[in-house]
Design a protein around this ligand. Sequence first.
Ligand code: AMP
Ligand code: MG
Length: 491
Amino acid sequence: MSAPFAFDNSFARELEGLYLPWPPTPVRAPRLLWLNAALAEELGLDPAALQGEAGAALFGGNLVPSGATPLAQAYAGHQFGGFSPQLGDGRALLLGEVVDREGRRRDIAFKGSGRTPFARGGDGKAALGPVLREALMGEAMHALGVPTTRALAVVATGEPVHRERELPGAVLTRVAASHLRVGSFEFFAARGQRDELRRLAEYAIARHDAALVGREDRFLGLLEAVARRQARLVAQWMNLGFIHGVMNTDNTTVSGETIDYGPCAFLEAYEPATVFSSIDHGGRYAFGNQPGIACWNLARLAEALLPLLADEPQAALALARPVIDAFPAWFDEAWRAGQRAKLGLAGAQGGDAALADDWLALLQAQQVDFTLAWRALAAAAAGDDAPLGALFVDRDALQAWLERWRARLATEATAPRARAAAMRRASPWIIPRNHRVEQALAAAVDEDDLRAFERLLESLLRPFEDQPGRADLAESAAPELTARYRTFCGT
Ligand code: AMP
Ligand code: MG
C-alpha cells in the first residue's frame, strides 16, 4: 500500500527531547473490525483502500505507514488528587499528524499498541471491549456536538489480554486535535525543565491559539484559552448527563476535546451524586463535581505555567489567579446558555437560572430520567404534556413548575412548533445508555458479533432525530440495573 496518510509531524519535528521515538509492537493476527469511513474521508483518506488486510496491517501496527514518526509522549498528572510525576504514553503512540479537509491539524495515534518505556507495570495492551466503548462513545459525543477525540479504526489483535479474565486484545486508532494535556505541562514543570516547558507552551499556542503567537502575554493567554474551552466542554457534559469518570489532569486536554472514555457513563435518573466508576470510591468525579474538578485541574495548569508567566512567583501568581477565579463564571455562562436552549428560551431573563434549577430539583426528587425528561419537555412546548406526565409520579409538582415555565415562554414571541423543534436540537432523543452499550460490547467480545454495536452506533449518529423503530435503544434501564452498574478504568 502506498502512503495512505500525508503526514506532517510538527510534534516530532519541533519538540525533540520531549518524547521518546518508539515503534508499535506487531500483533499476531490483526483483523480490521471497524473502520470509521466518514472520519477517514474527513481526513482525506480513501476508505476503500483501508479495508481488509491492508487496514488490518496498518491499524494493527504491523505495517508502520510511510511518513509516520511513532513516538511516546511524556506527561505527568494528578490522579484522584495525587501527583504522579511520570505517566506518559504507556500503551499509546503518536504516529503523526495530518491536515484534514477543513485545514485542521489532527493527531493520528494508537492505543493498545504495546509497551513503551512509560509502561511502568502495564502490559501495553488494550482489550476489545474498552476499545469499542471508546469508539462508540466518541462517535456519540461527536454527533451530540461535543468536542471529542474520535476513533478511526478498531483492529482485533488475535492475542489475549489478561485482565480480571482473559479478553481479546485490540488496537484503537485515535484522532485528536492534539494529545497535549494539562499533565504534559506538569511533567516538565515538576522537573524544573523550564526550557522544555516553554517549548511545549509555544507549540501549544501555535497549534491551538495561533492568535496569541508572538504576544508578550501569550502564556497567560494560553491558560485563559484552555480554561474557556474546558468551561464550555464541561457545560456540554452537564447538559447531556455525561459523567467522564476519570477527570485526572492527564485526561484534561489543551484542545478542549473530551479524551479517554474508560469509565465514562451517562446518567439515567437525575442525581448529581451519581458515580459509576469502580475505582472512584470517594465520588471525586461524581456528575455534580465535574465543574469544580475542571477548575481544580486548571489550577494545576496555572501552577505548571507559573515559571513562564513572570520571573517573580508572586507576580506570576497574581496573573494566574484571576483566570482560575473566573472559571466558575465562564462555566456558568456556557451551562446556563445550554439550559436556556433546552428550556426553549431564545433570550435570557433574571429568573431563568432558578427556573432551570427548580426543574432539575424536580427531576432529582422524583428520580426522573434526565434525557427522557428534557426530550419530553420539547413535546410539552408543542402542547403535548402526556410524555412528560408519564415520567413523573407527583404530577402536582410538575404542573406547578410547568405553569411557571409557560408564563416565562409567553414573554417570547417564538411559535410553539419552532420552539419545540429548537428544543429537540438541544436535547437528544438518544444517548448511549449503559445497558445498551454493555449489551453491544458483550456480543462483540463474547460472540465476535458486531451487529448490536453497529446498530447502536448507527442510531447514535443521529441523536436528535426521533427514531420510533429504535425505541428499545432509547428507553431507560431498570433502576436496579443502574444502581448496580459499574464501569472500569482497566482498558
Ligand atoms: P488512562 O487510565 O488510560 O488514562 O492511563 C493512565 C496512565 O496509565 C497512562 O500513563 C497510560 O499510558 C498508563 N496505562 C494504562 N493502561 C496501561 C497498560 N495496559 N499498559 C501500559 N500503560 C498503561
Ligand atoms: Mg489517559
